[in-house]
Design a protein around this ligand. Sequence first.
Ligand code: HAM
Length: 412
Amino acid sequence: MTEINKNKLSTDSYKGVRDFYPEDMAIENYIFNIWKKTAESFGYVEYGASILEPTELYKAKSGDEIVNDQTYSFKDRGDRDVTLRPEMTPTVARMVAGKRRELKFPLRWYSIPNLFRYERPQRGRLREHFQLNCDIFGLEGIEAEVEMITLAYQIMKNFGLKDEQFEIKINSRGLLIETLAKQGIPLEKITDVIRLIDKKNKLKDFDEQYKALTGKEFELNLLANLKINSLITKLSKKNIQINFDSSLARGFDYYTDIVFEIYDKNPANPRALFGGGRYDNLLDIFGEEKVPAVGFGMGDVTIRDVLETYNLLPEYKSTTQVAILPFSADFYDEAEKVANEFRGNNINAVVDYSDKKIGDRIAKIDKEKIAYILIVGEEEVKTKTYKLKQLSTKKETEISLNDIKKIIWKNI
Ligand code: HAM
């Protein structure tokens, strides 16, 4: 063994993040496409930003757990504190605040950022995930919540999920705060208490922790308030059922009123698929006037697990539609010409340069899920006709280069 081999590097990716080999990337693209299509169908426009943010952006409002324990933070070479964004909401609030005077409200914005959280990697939780964020800025009324939840619901439907497979839970953070205050919990403890309630189902010693923090037994018999009831009624008129859950808390401190989450009902996927709510005060941290805001985030990791559970992932097929196989090196030029003709007609074509046996080459192309092959050999060059073969059906069609334009590629 050589020195180099002894010190070889691991081929594993960094803990808790994913590599996307082409088949995984195709699934990722499928998820992103449904997200984009659905958000755009509701009139949302896309924005983007850098993954790097000044650390102080998260100190003001995100919630201590995220900032202290869950961020990737470091000092840059200029001694600035930098954080890899753990969520998009502070970034979008910063962007809106930055152009507060120029922007025309209401805004409907979406983005699909990758986010970094230093969590213990487990099913449904990784250290890097992609998250669809949809937010409306500038609508005070409940129509914003109605639209947000309708959009979230439509995304689930567009993934092929049935109503009975998932549950939409709502609560009001305002109501939660009010109730806790009425129970005598001091105002300065309420944020910590809500964060603890947010983790209720994950903690074995929740009751003990609750008692230690508040000096009281945990008891929450909230009655849905007017806003919750009105939301339930308005959505049920659209045949969207939502359930009031008095212990739904949400971990971030910036939520001010209605909060919601969507869950798969299958116990294999116990983690929330979406989380969101109203946050009317986040722009305050930039010294800007209040801008009412409602939004949600939906992660790629959890929805992928759900789609797998229900067998709803699309079958993989290559984005390359045709493989051109020159019979030998003598036909490379001709094969290139044919490939270019396909490309010029918006058909993705690859030239298979290989000296392996034709049978092995076809098997490889089939395995790559390329739908069609076309062999270029002496006969084809002479007659200027080619056999286009669909690998799945073994069907062959004789074509000339002129025919490429005429073939309707609807079967591809
Ligand atoms: P969040 O509840 O922290 O909310 O995340 C939203 C969704 O992102 C979760 O329901 C889950 O699907 C996914 N997610 C979160 N953390 C992870 C992780 N470590 N690994 C995999 N998936 C994860 C927010 O981030 C809010 N900023 C959403 C929001 C937008 N609120 C208003 N606008």
